[in-house]
Ligand binder design. Structure first.
Ligand SMILES: [Zn+2]
Length: 133
């Protein structure tokens, strides 16, 4: 049996992971310039402004993707082939994530997607994944 080491999230990422626990996608938004950012950071990368968390729509589109044919971790063995995509969220930031509920050959550039949540058995966390709208 493989051992798993789960780190506590950094302070600035805590609310992101708490949101996922409750199946909500929450991103940081700058109080100064109003931009949403991802991944979690201590300060806004555009103007060093203070960041607060807000739940976002979870809607976006596929900017780019690849089809993964070989699992590089036991967790993915039953999932291959699967689509790994860069999703541009409606609020602006991009996320690297998996596309689910679609055959790899059905996925296209600019496909509209929405977030859903998948429980990761090895780390006991919910991860955001995306499915076609
Ligand atoms: Zn800012």
């Amino acid at each position: 049996m493989s051992q798993t080491y789960v780190k506590e999230p950094r302070q600035e990422a805590f609310e992101y992971w708490e949101g996922l626990k409750n199946k909500k996608l929450k991103l940081q938004r700058c109080e100064s310039c109003g931009k949403y950012i991802y991944y979690p950071r201590e300060f806004c990368p555009y103007d060093q402004g203070n960041l607060i968390y807000e739940e976002v729509s979870g809607k976006g589109k596929i900017l780019s993707y690849t089809i993964v044919e070989k699992a590089t971790h036991p967790y993915f063995i039953s999932k291959t082939p699967y689509v790994l995509a860069i999703i541009q969220l409606a609020e602006g930031p991009t996320m690297l994530s998996q596309v689910v509920d679609a055959m790899p050959e059905e996925v296209t550039f600019d496909m509209q997607v929405e977030v859903t949540f998948e429980h990761h058995i090895y780390k006991d966390v919910n991860l955001p994944v995306f499915r076609p709208v």
